[in-house]
Design a protein around this ligand. Structure first.
Ligand code: FAD
Length: 401
């Protein structure tokens, strides 16, 4: 087969994972790194929660893609649509065929708005929004600040999503704003979570129970949005265990769509044969594909069962870069291992954050010395608002942290 280009390492996706890993590969002395990324803009998605909560501007979450790609990387402004692991090539939307020696797959997750009847229409309707896109996050804040009474519904889908804490963070930011405005007593706040507990790690679940109770939030556990009527402003919630359906009429709703790996990965050679979610099937420690040793994955599109966050990507990127370099040098076994570390800074008010840090075993894994991160704290607010964005743009994307 004729190919249009060849790279020693080809990275699919120039998001948090792709840029971080490309920077690390260059630092390890690998000179020929190509990154396939269709978007001209790079986003720091964790800020979207604060945009929706009126605590940051959308513009602060975006930068030109060119400015974050490490110098020396070849940017292929295209979209990968297929992978042929036997031929060691990828096919792109423009019809190019690009060959690789090693492939790193990190195209993130796709938002499945159409999986819930009415959701795709609802999200563009006047009373509904979602922090899960750059365009809609400012609308969330518009809805929150114009609300004085009525019912506000916040939902979370089942299955892995980007930042499992984000669906409830925005509920607390909103409730705290309404408290400050003196209108919280006139607003019914409903938070529908698909899980029986408020968080997977018990020590944080307990603290979040207290936070929700402080605002008088009605938490519907094991409950999920199964239908929305945007015109009638009605959300239908189903209780997982009892099967009971409840219709809630809302005056505003924050939606989080179900998520999965991009469609082109589903059913393809990189996904596990029986996994409809389509994640790239990798070893959870080495991040190498279980059947194709020259392919690696990290970030949200990988099958490693960590919580899908940028914090996890920060720990995965050095592991993948070292293991790719080792495999190019013919070293076995691969030297670097990822332990499942992930973290989630949960905004519990407009001035406080609870920093949930944990690993594959959902064990609490604190990394800040002398700071009790099992309680919401004001100093952690500054970490979330200023410290982590600085870390991201200046250190993580440059392969320095
Ligand atoms: P992304 O950063 O999404 O990047 C994927 C890239 O691949 C994109 O640039 C995309 O254009 C590109 N791409 C897609 N398809 C293709 C293709 N076919 N070919 C080539 N390129 C392609 N994480 C935290 O750590 N803390 C938080 O507080 C936090 N809060 C969040 C709040 C919200 C509202 C959201 C949406 C996310 C949040 N996250 C948080 C999660 C974090 O943003 C993601 O986990 C992280 O961005 C994953 O990195 P990634 O590179 O795998 O995916």
């Amino acid at each position: 087969m004729t190919t249009d280009a060849h790279h020693q390492v080809l990275v699919v996706g120039g998001g948090s994972a792709g840029v971080s890993v490309a920077a690390r590969l260059l630092r390890l002395g690998i000179r020929d790194v190509g990154v396939v990324e269709p978007s001209g803009t790079h986003y720091y998605q964790p800020l979207w929660t604060l945009v929706g909560g009126g605590r940051a501007t959308a513009g602060a979450s975006s930068r030109p893609q060119r400015s974050v790609l490490p110098k020396g990387v070849s940017w292929i402004r295209d979209r990968v649509e297929s992978v042929d692991p036997e031929a060691r090539t990828v096919g792109t939307a423009d019809g190019s065929v690009i060959a690789y020696d090693r492939l790193v797959v990190c195209p993130g997750l796709q938002l499945d708005w159409n999986r819930v009847p009415g959701m795709a229409q609802a999200v563009t309707a006047p009373h509904t929004s979602s922090n899960y896109t750059y365009e809609l996050a400012p609308k969330t804040w518009d809805l929150i600040r114009s609300m004085r009474s009525g019912t506000a519904v916040f939902t979370m889908p089942s299955g892995p999503i980007k930042c499992g804490g984000a669906p409830q963070k925005i509920a607390y930011l909103a409730a705290d704003h309404w408290r400050e405005q003196g209108v919280l007593k006139d607003i019914r706040v409903v938070l529908a979570l698909p899980t029986p507990a408020m968080f997977g790690v018990p020590v944080f679940a307990g603290e979040l129970e207290r936070v929700a109770a402080r605002y008088g939030i009605e938490v519907h556990r094991s409950s999920e949005l199964v239908e929305v009527d945007p015109d009638g402003r009605t959300a239908v919630l189903v209780h997982h265990e009892s099967g009971a359906r409840e219709s809630v009429r809302f005056d505003m709703m924050h939606l989080v769509p179900p998520q999965s790996a991009p469609d082109w990965l589903k059913g393809g050679p990189l996904a596990a044969p029986a996994d409809p979610a389509g994640y790239v099937e990798i070893d959870r420690h080495t991040m190498r594909h279980v059947r194709h040793p020259e392919i690696f994955a990290l970030g949200d599109a990988g099958s490693s069962p960590n919580s899908k966050t940028g914090a996890a990507v920060r720990r995965q990127a050095p592991v993948v870069a070292r293991n790719v370099a080792a495999s190019l040098a013919g070293a076995e076994p691969l030297p670097a291992s990822y332990d499942g570390y992930s973290s989630c800074p949960i905004t519990t008010s407009r001035h406080s954050v609870l920093l949930a840090e944990f690993d594959y075993g959902l064990r609490h894994r604190p990394t800040l010395p002398l700071v009790d991160t099992t309680r919401e704290r004001r100093d952690l607010w500054y970490l979330k608002r200023y410290g982590l964005p600085f870390l991201y743009w200046h250190l993580m994307l440059r392969g320095r942290a």
